[in-house]
Design a protein around this ligand. Sequence first.
Ligand code: NDP
Ligand code: BG6
Length: 519
Amino acid sequence: MNTGQQPSPPDIAQAGSRSPVPPAGTHGHAPLAVTVVGASGDLATRKIFPALFALHARGLLPAETRLFGFARRPWSDDDFRRHLTPGLKCEELAADVCDLRQRDFLPRCHFVPGDYDSADSFRDLQRRLEAACGSPVHHLVYFAIPPTLFGRVAQAMRAAGIVTDGESPWTRVVVEKPFGTDRRSSDELTRLLGGCFREEQTYRIDHYLGKEVIQNLMVLRFANTIFEPLWNRRHIHHVHIAWSEDIPLAGRAGYFEGTGIIRDVMQNHLTQILALVAMECPWQLDARHVRDEKVRLLRQVVPLTRERTVLGQYVAGRLQGEPVAGYREEPGVAPDSCTATYAAAVFDVRSPRWRGVPFLVSAAKGTGTRHTEIRIHFRAPDNDLFHALLAKGAAGQGLLRGNELVIRVQPDEQILMRVVSKVPGSGFQLDTAALDLSYREAYAGTRIGDAYENLILDVLRGDRSLFIRNDELEAAWDLFTPLLMELDTCRQTPHPYPFGTPGPEARRELAARYAIEDA
Ligand code: NDP
Ligand code: BG6
C-alpha cells in the first residue's frame, strides 16, 4: 500500500517514461493545460478524467497542470467537479490518501460551457486557460465528442486562435475513433482536420494499443526466439481474434445505431490487433518503422466480402439470470434496425508468411462474458503417434490436436500455451494442460494501468508510436468499405441471437468452412 507521500512531479519530458522511444518535442517547464471537449459525456466521465486523476495521484503529471472540461451544458466549476468525483478512484491508495489526492485534483478542474462550432466559445476557453495557467502553456486537447463534431470543433478552435503550431509551447490534439464512416468520409475528415492541425500534432487514438497485453505482443513475438520460427503458414493452422462484451448499450444507442459493430470495434481495435499479430518484424523500434510494417501487412489483406462474414443482432435474453431487452427494444433504436451487434469475419492475408491461414475475427456485444483474446492455433503434428489416444481424451471428450497459444488481453491478462501432456499415474491417458503466464501471479504487486493512462502519457511525451497514422487508417478503411457500403443498404437482416449467448449459430458454419472448431 502506498504511503501517501506525493511523489515529486516530473517535467513533461520525463512523465512516466516507459517506452524505449526517446521523447520528442517535449519542453518540460511550461505549465500544462488539458482540455476535454465533450467533457460531460460517457468517455470523458468514465475514462479520461479517471485516467488523468490516476496520473495525478501517482505524481505523473507536471505540478502546474490545469484541466478544462468543455461542453454545451451550463455547468459551473462546482457542478463539473461534483459530476467527476464518483469516477475518481485510486485502487492502490488508502482511503484517506485517495481523499487527499482528490482534494488536490478537483480544484484544478474547470468547466467552460460553450457551443462546439462557436469561435467565441473557444475564445472564452482561452481566456479561462490563460487566467489559470498564464502563458506560455502546453495544451493537450482531447476530442471526446461524436465524430460528426470533429470538423466543426477543429475549425472553431483554429478560428479562435487557441491552437499554436510551434514545438514549444505545443498544442497536441487527441482524436477519438471511429475516424469517419468509410474511406471517403475518413479522407474528407483528414483533409478537414489537416487544415486546422499539423499531422505531427494530431494523435488518432485507439485505446486498445495502450492495453498492457497488446503492448506486449511485439515483445512476445520478437524478443523471444521460440515463436518466430513457428509463426507462419507451415506451423499455424488458424488465428482467432475474439472480442466480446456482456453489457447492454446503456444510453449509447444514438451513437451505435448509426455505427454498428464493424465500425465500432472491428475496423479499429481488432484490425490493429490483426496487424500486430501478422506483421513482419519492424526494422527499428520507432513510430515510423512499426507503423510502416502494420500498413504493409494491412495492404496484403483482401477486402472483406459478404461470403466471409456473419452478422448478428441480439434479441431479448438474460444476463446473470436477469432478463435483458433485445437491441431493437433499446431506446433510440429503430424497431426494424438492421445494425449488427455481432460480426465474425474470416480474413485472407496474402503475405508469403500467411497465405492460406484463415484469420477469424469476431466481435460480439450482448454475450454472457466480457473478454478479448487472441488464439493462435498450431497445426497437428505430422506424425500421428498419439492420434487415437488424443481423440479419446482424458475424460472421454475430444482433445485439442495441435498446440494453442492463447493471449488474453482482458479481463485477466494472461499468456498461456496449451500443450498435450500425459496424465500422471498408471495407464496412458493424455490431457491438454497449460503453461501459464498469468499477469496477476507473475507480476503480483505491479499495478496494471488503464490504457488511457498510458496513451495520455505518450501524448505528453510526444511519442506517437501507439497512435494511428494516416495511411494506416486508409488501409484499415479499405478492408471494410466495400462490405460496409453493401450492408448500409440494409438488404440483409443480421441473424438473431439471445442476449447472454456467444452469437448466432451461423458463426459455426462460417468457421467450419475454414476447418476452425473453436468459433
Ligand atoms: P457521448 O454520446 O457521451 O457524447 C459526448 C458529449 O458530446 C455529450 O456529453 C454531449 O455533451 C455532446 N454531444 C453528444 N451528442 C451530441 C450531438 N448530437 N450534438 C452536439 N453535441 C453532442 O459520447 P462518448 O463519450 O461515448 O464518446 C465520445 C467519442 O469517444 C466518440 O467518438 C466515441 O466513438 C469515442 N469512444 C467512446 C468510448 C466510450 O467508452 N464511451 C470508448 C472509445 C471511444 P453536451 O450535450 O453537454 O454538449
Ligand atoms: C469502444 C467502443 O471503442 O470500446 C465501445 O466504442 C466498447 O462500444 C469499448 O464498449 C470497449 O473498450 P474496452 O476497453 O472496455 O474493451
